[in-house]
Structures are given as C-alpha cells and as structure tokens.
Design a protein around this ligand. Structure first.
Ligand code: TEU
Length: 563
C-alpha cells in the first residue's frame, strides 16, 4: 500500500453497551452511560470505539437479532442519545464504528414478518430469506445451528423450512437477491449520512451460501453437519463485498473489519486486500480455536489450555502471511470469548497483573490494528459462575441442554467447568467501575451478575495505581502512535524461538529501528540469553527492575535500538 491508512495506526476499544454503564437504573447499560464514560475511554488513548449492536432487537442474542436497522434499542436510549454520543465522541477525537449484522435479521423484522404472512409465496419479501421445501419430510440438509439444534425451522403455514445459521429467531438473509443487497446498502448509506466512522461486519464470511445447499461433511457421532464450514467463504462473498465497497464503503474514509468465521490466510488476503476493494481487515478465529475440544461434537466446549507452541506458530503464520498483502486485526478477547487473562494468562492474585501486562504487550507490538475489549484494560477475569441460572447467554444455555440433558454426552459437572472456561457470559459481566455493590455499573441488580472480584479489580483502583494495567495499556497505545516501527516494521520470530516452550520472542524492523520483544509465557522463571545491543532502550517491562538473562514468571521486555 502506497499510503498508510489512519486505521493502521489506530487502537480500537470495544464497548458492549448492555454491560458497560447503566444510567437509568434498570440494570442494563445504555447510550447515556457510554456518554458518561467517554472521558475514561479518551484517557486510555484509543482512537476508535466499536459499539456492539445498539439497534431495535428481539433480544434473543445480545442485540445480534435486529428487528429494525434504523431504530435504537429503546432499552439503550433513542436516536437523540445516539447522535449526542456520536457528536461528543467526535469532539473528543474518538471515532465510532458500528456493528453491521446482515447475515441475518431478527424474525421480528418487518421483512421476515412479510416473508411468512399468508400471501408469502407471492410477495417479494419471501425471497429476502432462504426458504426450501422439505426433503423426504425432513430438513433440506444436515446443517446444524451455531446455537445447537438444526439450522432449519419449519413453517406450518407455507410447508417450507427457512435457514438460520444461528438461533431460529435469526433467519438468514438471501444475499443472492439483489433487492436484499440494495436494501442493506441503502441502510448503510443512511448511517453514513449520520456521520459514523465505519462498520464491524458480523459473520460477513457466511453471507454467500453454497449453490444447492448441499449437506455438510459430518464427523462421526456428530449431531449435525458443520454449517459454519459449509457456508464460510461462499461462492459469491467477494463479489458481494466488492459491490458493497462500490455502493458504500469507498465513499468514506472509514474503518471496516469483517468478522470472518472460517477464514484462512489466503481468504483473508482477499477480504482485507491492500488495494482496498473489499474491507480493511478481518477478525480471524484460528488462535481462539486452538484450545477447543478433541471431540468435535463438543467443539468449543473445553477447559483445555493452549500450548505456547501452537499459539505462537498460529500468530506467526498470520503475521507473515498478511505482511504487505493485507492487514491484521489483533485481539485476545471480545464479547464472544472468555477473558484474556483467564484463558491465555494466569488469573490468580499472584500473576494476574504481570500476565495481563505480558499479554497486552505481546499483542500490541505485533503488526495490525489492536482491539481492547472493555475491562481488558483493568484485567477483568472470567465470571466464575457456579450454577446454570447465573448464565444468560443462549449459546451457553442451549449447549448445556443439548450436550448434558438431551444427548448425555458429558456430565453436568464437566459442562459447568467448560462454561466457566468458555462461556460468552465470561466477557459480558458488568464493567467493574468501583468496589460498591453493583460495581458502579448500576444502582440495581444488573441483568448479569457482576464478578465478586470487583471489590479489588475495578477502574477506581486502576486509576489510583501508577503500576496498574490501565496505565500499561495507555503506554502501549502511546508507543504505537509515536513509533512507526510498531505499524510498519516487518515481523520475524527470533532465530531458534520456534520450539521454545516457554518464551515468545520476536522482532519488528524498519529501515531505522528494531524492536525486540521477549515474553515468558509461563509461571516459571526461565533463563534465556538474547543479544541486546548496548545502545538499546528498554521501552516497556512488567517488573520493576531488570535482571540479566533470567525471565521471571510472565515477564515481558521490549527493547528498541537502531537498525
Ligand atoms: O459471532 C459469530 C460467530 O462466529 C459465533 O460462532 C461466535 O464466535 C460464537 O458465539 C462463539 O462461541 C457473531 C457475534 O459476534 C455473536 O455475538 C453473535 O451471536 C453471532 O455472530 C450471531 O450474530
């Protein structure tokens, strides 16, 4: 790319509005709550806020079931609140990236309601969704839903099934229909006119279904074929994104990121190509899938810890493959993933802070645009729920019913462990602002229980402690803004590091400078000798002093020296 784009040098902060800040004491976060906390986000130093869906919704899946793309979820506020949020953010130099959820709508969306009404087979909205006749009295194919059960639901009235890769309340839109595309592009242009700064596109890799909707390969013992694999990177997905780019994206200096389940590095080079014909970057899923269950029917449900060998080789693969050809996004967690420290670091009181700093620096010095998920910057941990009624996420609840009660594949205790390790609710507990009863999130019982550890892990405490994770993130963000090598430098693993089971060491290099990052990924001290030039500057570290070649538990150091 000839010109460096602004988003290549930016850091994004993700806000899950439902859990960020409640301003009207109904136990649910809202837009005015976010407005109230803008100065906090600004203080961190980020450039962009990504807002998870704030649209009118049937509330089955955390707002990913939109019933009106041009209305605000009344529980979150109204359009005036949104405009104020956008305005105040812009005044503070913060951009707003919205969530675009157009693989599916809510079943309550007017389009779907028309698609199932009496004259449905003759009205134009029937073809807005994916309807098929039964095959031998059954579902049209063997696809399973991401949220348990089949990916098809039968409609008595018309005698046909409709497709939903997610919940039955989230019917898939038919992107092969030009009218659907036009409606979506119009809607995007309508938001553009409001002055937003970009879109994060939900499961955009799934919008083009394979011709003929064939059965998906099925692993032995599995209940359904893997619809995610079957639908990912479908035959027309790039054509559709090129069309979207022409109709909408190229008219704006936006940030765009595609959430691309099932993306490979070669597909990513198309989605996020540097010519800019599709999107700026993608969220890939490989590094957050390495610790899944051996048993493919259990899929993500596991409490396994990934080995450094597997994690490193995957991250390195992405750094190398996209260099000069596309652009990476960098993340450890989001609203669908467990908390980074609990998953990849160590959330015991002894190591929470050092391991959190290690993970932060290790990721933020790589090439790509980093994403910080709310609470990550203060080291929030997994929820540690003990009973099923504490969970609210439909993916978790449905999986429990299917795997434990219906199929008897695993015991309740095992599943509770898996949920503590992987449930999406780990990420969705209320933001921990202070040590009061409801963590400063609300004055009433929140929709999802606050983590008991908010008494010590909270924003108030972080802001009062100069050594806190918050200020460490702030420093990393400043470094990214000031040091070109973090954005433009080439990435290389330190020679011989490929097989190291404890240490992850890499360099970033441009014509002027070299950045050397050395991280101990374990709770044990290890000895490693690295060649650190005399004229190097120690940019950042997570221990108060530096020993020679001894790397203490989760120690990270980054050195800068002339090339
Ligand atoms: O998630 C897409 C996705 O690939 C899911 O499999 C997700 O990773 C899974 O829930 C993790 O176990 C997106 C959204 O981020 C998610 O919140 C939505 O539920 C989903 O799409 C449907 O819109």
């Amino acid at each position: 790319m000839a010109k460096e784009m602004w988003w290549q040098n930016a850091v994004v902060y993700q806000v899950y509005p439902k859990s960020f800040q409640d301003s009207d004491n109904d136990g649910i976060g809202d837009l005015r709550g976010i407005i109230h906390r803008l100065d906090y986000i600004k203080q961190l130093g980020v450039d962009v806020i990504w807002l998870n869906p704030i649209y009118k919704t049937s509330n089955i899946d955390g707002g990913y079931d939109i019933s009106d793309y041009q209305k605000i979820n009344p529980t979150f506020g109204n359009m005036t609140d949104f405009e104020e949020l956008l305005d105040k953010s812009h005044q503070k130099g913060l951009k707003i990236m919205m969530d675009l959820v157009v693989n599916h709508s809510s079943f309550e969306h007017e389009w779907f309601q028309k698609s199932i009404q009496d004259d449905s087979k003759n009205n134009k909205y029937r073809d807005y969704y994916i309807w098929r006749d039964p095959v031998d009295g059954h579902e049209p194919n063997n696809w399973g839903s991401f949220f348990s059960g089949p990916a098809w639901t039968y409609d008595e009235k018309s005698g046909q099934y409709y497709l939903h890769l997610f919940a039955k309340e989230q019917p898939d839109l038919n992107w092969d229909n030009q009218a659907v595309k036009n409606s979506i592009f119009d809607m995007m242009n309508w938001w553009a006119a409001k002055g937003i700064d970009g879109f994060r596109m939900d499961v955009i890799s799934l919008i083009s279904k394979p011709d003929g909707l064939p059965n998906a390969p099925i692993t032995e013992g599995a209940l359904y074929g893997n619809s995610g694999d079957a639908a990912a990177n479908g035959p027309h997905v790039h054509d559709y994104l090129i069309e979207m780019n022409k109709q909408v994206l190229q008219k704006h200096d936006w940030i765009t990121v595609g959430e691309t389940a099932g993306v490979t590095t070669s597909e990513a080079k198309k989605y996020a190509n540097i010519d800019g014909t599709e999107l700026n970057m993608v969220f890939q899923f490989e590094h957050v899938s390495l610790d899944g269950n051996q048993n493919q029917t259990l899929g993500k449900w596991s409490d396994k810890h990934v080995s450094l060998l597997a994690l490193r080789s995957n991250l390195v693969k992405w750094q190398k493959a996209l260099a000069g050809k596309a652009w990476n996004s960098l993340y450890w967690n989001n609203h669908d993933q467990p908390r980074a420290i609990s998953r990849f670091g160590n959330d015991s009181p002894e190591y929470r802070l050092v391991s959190g700093k290690m993970l932060a620096a290790l990721l933020h010095f790589m090439q790509g645009t980093p994403y910080i998920y709310q609470g990550e910057e203060i080291g929030m941990t997994n929820a540690n729920f003990q009973t099923m009624d504490q969970y609210k996420d439909l993916e978790s609840i449905n999986a429990y019913h299917e795997l434990v009660e219906q199929e008897h594949l695993i015991s309740a205790d095992v599943m509770m462990n898996y949920l503590r390790a992987r449930s999406r609710d780990n990420a969705r507990t209320p933001m921990q602002w202070d040590s009061t009863t409801y963590a400063g999130f609300s004055d009433v019982t929140p929709w999802l229980e606050a983590n008991a550890n908010h008494e010590s892990i909270n924003v108030d405490a972080a802001l009062m402690d100069k050594e806190s994770l918050f200020y460490f993130y702030q420093k990393l963000i400043t470094l990214r803004h000031e040091l070109p090598v973090i954005t433009d430098g080439t990435f290389d693993l330190v020679t011989g590091n490929e097989k190291d089971e404890a240490v992850f060491a890499y360099t970033r290099k441009n014509a002027k400078e070299v950045l050397l990052v050395i991280a101990n990924f374990t709770a044990q001290s290890v000895n490693r000798a690295y060649n650190i030039p005399k004229d190097s500057e120690l940019l950042i570290q997570n221990y108060p002093d530096v020993t020679s070649s001894l790397l203490r538990p989760y120690e990270i150091r980054a050195y800068l020296f002339p090339n």
